[in-house]
Design a protein around this ligand. Structure first.
Ligand code: HEM
Length: 127
């Protein structure tokens, strides 16, 4: 019997899953930006409502969501550079796998610098 190729129907592995993650993070960031443009536009449209609306974000749930947002932005931005290198650098495709893990490590280091400070802000009394 013929040997089945590795991975899922789409062959899986880093190449496919990094693309899936890039699309999910791209769309998630887009929806955040949509809301962010709307809330910020209150400054000129209805200034007296700006602070009350922003105050509704100061909850632990939104604070944890912000952790997810920063993780998504870090991955998307760094992996976006990887995608461009795959597209425009002659050896990009050859090194796409190792570049994915470099993206993960750099994203993790940057996230580790952000998360503790952010959590202290979210869970302290004073904002
Ligand atoms: C430093 C910032 C960013 C970089 C370097 C970057 C890079 C990229 C690249 C290279 C692609 C093409 C991926 C491909 O061809 O497979 C892409 C796709 C995309 N990006 Fe970004 N991006 C950035 C910021 C953003 C932001 C702020 C948003 C949302 C508002 C966003 C939303 C998307 C979406 C929705 C896609 C399409 C994903 C898909 O078709 O699978 N990106 N990005």
């Amino acid at each position: 019997m013929a040997k089945r190729p590795a991975g899922t129907l789409y062959r899986g592995k880093v190449g496919m899953w990094s693309w899936v993650l890039h699309r999910i993070t791209g769309v998630a960031i887009f929806f955040f930006l949509l809301v962010h443009v709307l809330d910020t536009s209150l400054v000129s449209l209805s200034a007296e409502n700006y602070n009350p609306v922003i105050d509704t974000y100061k909850t632990p749930l939104i604070g944890l969501g912000e952790l997810g947002l920063v993780a998504a932005i870090l991955f998307h931005a760094l992996n976006g550079v990887r995608v461009m290198l795959i597209d425009f650098w002659r050896k990009g495709a050859k090194y796409q796998n190792v570049m994915f893990w470099i993206v993960v490590v750099i994203a993790f280091i940057l996230f580790a610098g952000f998360a503790p400070r952010h959590l202290m802000n979210v869970f302290s009394e004073v904002h």
